[in-house]
Each structure stands twice: as C-alpha cells, then as structure tokens.
Write a new protein. Structure first.
Length: 437
C-alpha cells in the first residue's frame, strides 16, 4: 500500500507492514520528530531582534538551548568552525578569515554564532527608544568585529551567554534588564521622535501585537516584510502617541542621568515606589500614576535604579556615545558614524582587538548601507513613505514641547561641556525642524 509523507508517495510491502519491529521503529521515529517540533515551537532558535512584550507577561525561566541568530549562514559558519577551529584563531587571523581583504577593501560576512565563554569581552549595551534603529547600530558592531549581538529578552528567556553586544529598550515598558551585570558600557541610539512612533507601531504590527516572548519570537520572520494597513497605525496612534512622547524624553533622561528616577509625565525626581509603578503602565492607569496622587508634597531624595547604582554596568549607565540612525544612513555622514561606533568599541582592547583594520571601516559602512548586506532593516520595509503617517496638531505640539524641554536641558550649563549632551542637542534641533515642517 502507499502513504503520503513530505509531499511524496511512499510504498510499503505487505511484509513491511506486517513486521511489528518496523512499526515500532516508525512510531519511535515519529515520536522523536514530534519532540523536536514541540521544542522548536516552545523555544524556537530565533534571533529576537525586536521583542516587544508587556511586563505582566514576563516569565522567569532559562533554557540550555543553543542561541542561533537568523542572520547566520549556519552551514558556512559551522564548516568554518569545524575546519579551521575559528574560536581558537588569533584576532588578526580571525579578521582575515572574516572580511578584511586589505587595502581598505572588505566583504561582509555573518558574525560567529557560537561565542566562546572563555573570551573576556568589553561589552556594549545599545540602548534606544523602541523602533527598528538599534538593529542598524548592532549590525555595524557585528560586521566590524565578527561577533554577534543579543536582545535583552533573549538573555532573560534563553539564559546568559557571552555575547559582546546587548540590544535594549530598557527602561521603556517594552524592555527588560535581562543581562544581569554583564555589560561594561552604554551607547544610546537616538532617532527622530516622529519616525520612532511610526516604526514602534509597525514592529508591534509585524509581531502581531504579541504579549508573550514565545508569540513574538514566532512572528520575527515578519519583521520589515511589508507595511501595516494605515488604519491600524492610526488606531494605535490615537491610543498611545501622546503618552509615548513623554516616554521618549524620559528614556533619554534615564540614561543621560545614570538611572536617576524621574516621573515620566512631569519629569520631576520621584520616589522608588512611584518609579516602579511607572514601569508597569499596563497595571496602573494614567490617573493612578499621577505624581501628585502618589508622591504629593513629600520631600523626595534622589534615587537611582539599583542596576546603575550597584555597578551592573562597569563604566556606569551614562552613555559613552550618542549614535544617530539617520546619520548612519546618510551617504555623506554615514561613514563617520560607523567610525564613531568603531571607536567606541576601541575603548577597551578586550573587544577592540577584534575590530577590522581602520582602513576598512568605510568599506563596512558601504557593505551594510549601500549594498544592503546583512540583516534586513527598517529601511528595507516596502510600502508607505513617512509623509503618509500623519499626526494630529495636538500630537505634533506634544512632540515639539518634549523636544524643546530636552534641548533646553542639555544645552544648559550643567550639561553643555559633555560631548554626549551636545550631540543630543544637535540631533534634536534637526529633528524638531523635521517635525515642524
């Protein structure tokens, strides 16, 4: 008789059907396949590059599953690892094997998927308000060094690993401090507030507005594949944008002030009790989070996020550099932004030793930005252009008010001697003009 399996007809003789041993073997094989299939659904081996989940759904468990980014050409990397023992190569040999062709020429290759635990990296957090642009930064780091990035939620759900680059939305409610005390320095990505709101929504749409890590991970293949219906964006916009404008500025303040606890809506220094309530916006209503209601006229002593206060980031939570996704995409200014990223990684030779030669940095920029090699990014999403996504006058005014507040603060005497503060002011002045036009 015949049966269909894998799209083909397979034939069994009467003797094979009658053989109990063949049936037992078949059943055991099917059981093994089902176990593998279940594990892949439960804990898929996917690279979570933009997980957006709400705090109340967080589950605390870890897995021993191997971490495999989807950007990886796994067969090539495994062959290289098996043939050459890549993890045992010296930094100079590794660079030659990866993509340095000499004379300023290069060829992009995926990062090494298996990060040896014995390597002592100087690790970098790429922090930014939810949008697709942190990916723009970490793919540069991956290409410059040959080592991969990992998402904050993957640390939380798949367990700790030795990845040198950590993508983070924290302390935004879409993020989580999942990497423990593994980080050494912070780079903050800043994107145009208006465009950030659009891409924040569109990523949520890509992953089906998922509320769990598992559901979001299963939908990651949809990232940047098409534009959501504009009506879906408008519905989300009307519910969230006015509040998210405040989250945008609050996020910048958090990192620039080294984890100082502030109210999101008044920007006043607040109590730990109030701050932790603010971190759970799906648990409390806006009215329940009101500063005057929770804090009132209490004398408030400045408090800091324990992650920053207790040294969970070796060099502190204040960013060592501000990176612009817009400038990275700009054909005139982009190579300089790649150089800025590279120089940040050169801050410590533990990671700096793995960088491709400086003469090839411009080539790395060209491979990723001009030739669009590597992971798909937000800039490859088809469909609507930015002008299609409109906002109400009230929303645009709220954006401008928040930008004005941040510009005024970081151009003041307390901040204007810091390069990072000056970078923020310069970028946001440009962004404000984009919102006003």
């Amino acid at each position: 008789r015949t049966t269909r399996k894998g799209g083909r007809m397979r034939h069994f003789s009467s003797s094979s059907v009658a053989s109990p041993f063949r049936w037992i073997a078949l059943l055991l094989s099917l059981a093994a396949v089902e176990v593998v299939r279940y594990k892949q659904i439960k804990l898929p081996l996917l690279y979570n590059t933009s997980l957006l989940s709400s705090p109340e759904t967080t589950k605390y468990y870890t897995s021993k599953t191997i971490y495999v980014p989807p950007s990886l050409d796994s067969s090539v990397q495994r062959r290289l690892s098996a043939t050459f023992g890549r993890s045992k190569l010296s930094p100079s040999e590794r660079r030659k094997l990866s993509h340095d062709l000499g004379g300023g020429n290069c060829e992009w290759t995926p990062p090494t998927y298996d990060v040896p635990e014995e390597i002592d990296f100087h690790k970098t957090i790429i922090a930014g308000f939810p949008s697709g642009d942190k990916r723009m930064i970490f793919v540069q780091m991956e290409a410059l060094t040959g080592w991969p990035a990992k998402d904050e939620w993957d640390f939380e759900y798949l367990g700790m690993s030795n990845h040198p680059f950590i993508k983070a939305n924290y302390p935004h409610h879409e993020g989580i401090w999942g990497w423990g005390n593994a980080a050494d320095q912070v780079v903050m990505m800043i994107r145009n507030i208006r465009r950030s709101m659009v891409e924040y929504h569109d990523i949520l749409w890509d992953i089906g507005y998922a509320k769990t890590w598992e559901d979001a991970t299963l939908n990651l293949q949809n990232l940047y594949s098409k534009a959501p219906p504009i009506e879906d964006f408008f519905a989300w916009r009307d519910m969230r944008v006015l509040d998210e404008c405040h989250w945008y500025g609050w996020f910048i303040d958090y990192w620039m002030e080294g984890g100082l606890m502030r109210d999101i809506f008044t920007h006043k220094i607040t109590t730990p009790e109030h701050w932790y309530m603010l971190m759970m916006p799906t648990v409390y209503t806006r009215a329940e989070l009101d500063y005057d209601l929770v804090v009132g006229d209490k004398t408030v002593t400045p408090s800091y996020d324990p992650h920053c206060n207790n040294g969970d980031v070796t060099d502190g939570c204040q960013p060592v550099a501000i990176v612009s996704a817009e400038k990275l995409r700009d054909y005139a200014e982009g190579p300089a932004e790649t150089a800025k990223i590279a120089n940040v990684l050169m801050n410590d030779q533990r990671t700096g030793q793995y960088l491709i030669d400086q003469e090839a940095w411009d080539c790395i920029w060209e491979e990723l930005i001009v030739k669009n090699k590597g992971l798909k990014t937000v800039y490859q999403r088809p469909g609507f252009v930015e002008s299609d996504y409109n906002f109400s006058a009230e929303m645009l005014e709220e954006m401008i008010l928040e930008l004005n507040r941040i510009i005024s603060k970081y151009s003041g005497a307390d901040w204007n001697t810091k390069e990072t503060a000056n970078n923020i002011v310069s970028l946001l002045v440009e962004h404000r003009a984009m919102v006003q036009t």
